[in-house]
Ligand binder design. Structure first.
Ligand code: DGL
Length: 259
């Protein structure tokens, strides 16, 4: 079982930010990544639709023999992970906005969070946020339109710059010192955000933590791959292959797949 792949899925190419962390930390692991770009964005869909898409991706990854599934999507995690854990006999790793470290470390007592509508309106987010943000002002901002721009290859565009300026303004006006990126597409915005934000504002995402958690769960289940041959790492998209290749800098095996 330990030489079976780690299955990873996202609504599109954003979860490759998590895939890269996992591949860097666990270079010996076989990996299958699914970018469900055909159905992106998930963020504006109903909770039921997000659940059904998460089930579809999970079943495909299980059919391919995945030993663990990483839901590399905040929107899918916050809307579907409880169901997936209850209904499939496989370990699941999810990703949620890193509200806790921001809330623990903020000095201005004001933090900003940028995430999808689906994440910000989920019960799981509400629960996590209320648990950790007592006495702290949380400025929630839906990143409407960001994912479609990334999915169509317009990451560093004027449209993106304009959207980010609009979304950051209320946060800057209210003196945030932490910006939490609550969507796996958003780490790709970091170079732009660094240029736009005053230096004292810290940007945090959960990518590294998810990779470490994946390693810990594989380890405790005796599932770390011990085979010595070169691992197979494959990324599949049901959308635009060229855009997937660009985001992973043509460094991995990729293919179009209608899943
Ligand atoms: N990458 C996703 C997330 O982490 C989903 C974005 C979307 O499809 O709206 O939330």
């Amino acid at each position: 079982m330990s030489n079976k792949p780690i299955g990873i899925f996202d609504s599109g190419i954003g979860g490759t930010s998590i895939f890269k962390e996992i591949n860097a930390l666990l270079p010996n692991e076989n990996i299958i990544y699914l970018a469900d770009s055909k159905n992106a964005p998930y963020g504006n869909k109903s909770a039921e639709d997000i659940l059904q898409l998460s089930i579809k991706n999970t079943e495909y990854l299980l059919k391919k023999g995945s030993k663990i599934i990483v839901v590399a999507c905040n929107t899918a995690t916050t809307n579907a992970i409880d169901f997936l854990r209850e209904n499939y006999n496989t370990p699941f790793i999810g990703i949620e906005p890193a509200i806790k470290p921001a809330a623990l470390n903020t000095e201005t007592k004001v933090i900003g969070i940028l995430a999808t509508k689906g994440t910000l309106s989920s019960q799981l987010f509400y629960k996590t946020s209320s648990l950790h943000t007592n006495g702290i002002k949380v400025i929630e901002q839906i990143g409407e339109g960001i994912v479609p721009l990334i999915e169509t290859g317009k990451l560093e565009s004027e449209e993106m710059q304009a959207l980010l300026e609009t979304y950051l303004k209320p946060m800057l006006d209210q003196n945030i010192d932490y910006l939490v990126l609550g969507c796996t597409h958003y780490p790709y915005l970091i170079p732009m955000l660094v240029k736009m934000l005053p230096k004292h504002i810290k940007i945090i995402d959960s990518g590294r933590a998810v990779a470490k958690q994946t390693q810990a769960i594989l380890n405790s289940n005796n599932l770390l791959n011990s085979e010595v041959r070169k691992p197979e790492v494959n990324l599949y998209t049901n959308g635009n292959l060229e855009i997937l290749n660009t985001i992973v800098e043509n460094k991995f095996n990729t293919a179009y797949l209608d899943f």
